[in-house]
Ligand binder design. Structure first.
Ligand SMILES: Nc1ncnc2c1ncn2[C@@H]1O[C@H](COP(=O)(O)OP(=O)(O)OP(=O)(O)O)[C@@H](O)[C@H]1O
Ligand SMILES: [Mg+2]
Length: 253
């Protein structure tokens, strides 16, 4: 079943076609890879899907509902969460606080009862903290829950960003180069972790990634962008041997 359909998505920046007439579907439960050389339009496509950038033309359908031109918070409320290529954490807040801020979308008590401290709000607060700690445990950061995010290594910050995205309880998780800045060990662990969260939460994942072994090993299907255009789409083995893909990557070097 198609969870997300991208239809004829196009985004121009002045004379540049950053994303050009791109169409594909992401099926429920799959790990879908999005690859391509630098400047191919991958991040722009994420920005289009999450409402940060309005399309020049084209449509987005999520769970059989048109979401084109919805605002980023509306897209998030529908269950689409993401991480950023340029990490966006609150550096002065602790790891736990970073997750709690994101989770707030899902707590029911209003701001006022939170301030007054009604029993319902306190219960929700306790539960939110417990869930946030569980997410930090999953990304192996629970021992540093009370440490400010800015003191974390690059790799740890990336894992914290994933925990924060998961706190939104998404159905669709978009990861923009999650392994950037990680060492080989961390990359291997991350691969297992992405598979684990997909299985545990029944997630659908779209993964932008330059690390080819990770993409090949992890993804059910892969889409390849080059100069804004979709040049290949299919299972890893087929994409890896596609002549247009090989040419795009050789041309990059
Ligand atoms: N806000 C913007 N204004 C103008 N041009 C932009 C803007 N955002 C992206 N671009 C351009 O659009 C093209 C696609 O950029 P994008 O960041 O989507 O590529 P990418 O595939 O994510 O690359 P990378 O692998 O380097 O992250 C690039 O040429 C980029 O310079
Ligand atoms: Mg990018």
């Amino acid at each position: 079943m198609s969870l997300l359909a991208v239809r004829n998505m196009t985004r121009r920046f002045g004379g540049l076609l950053a994303v050009s007439d791109v169409s594909f579907s992401v099926y429920k439960g799959e790990i879908f890879g999005l690859i391509g050389p630098n400047g191919a339009g991958k991040t722009t496509l994420f920005n289009l899907i999450t409402g940060l950038t309005p399309p020049s033309s084209g449509d987005l359908e999520y769970k059989n509902r048109y979401i084109t031109r919805l605002k980023p918070h509306q897209i998030a409320e529908l269950g689409i969460a993401r991480t950023f290529q340029n990490i966006r954490l609150f550096g002065n807040l602790t790891a736990l606080e970073n997750v709690l801020v994101s989770q707030h979308v899902h707590t029911r008590s209003g701001v006022l009862s939170g301030v007054i401290g009604t029993p319902g709000a306190r219960r929700e607060e306790r539960q939110a903290r417990w869930q946030a700690m569980e997410l930090l445990e999953m990304v192996k950061l629970s021992d540093r829950a009370h440490v400010p995010a800015l003191s974390f290594s690059y790799g740890d910050q990336r894992r914290l960003e994933i925990a924060r995205a998961l706190a939104l309880q998404p159905e669709l998780l978009l990861l923009d180069e999650p392994s950037a800045g990680m060492n080989a060990n961390e990359k291997t662990t991350l691969t297992g972790f992405i598979r684990e969260i997909r299985d545990r939460f029944g997630l659908t994942v779209v993964l932008i990634e330059h690390h080819v072994p990770m993409v090949m090993n992890l993804c059910d299907r892969i889409a390849v962008l080059n100069f804004g255009q979709l040049i290949a789409l299919g299972e890893p083995a087929a994409v890896q041997n596609d002549s247009a893909v090989i040419e795009a990557y050789l041309g990059e070097q």
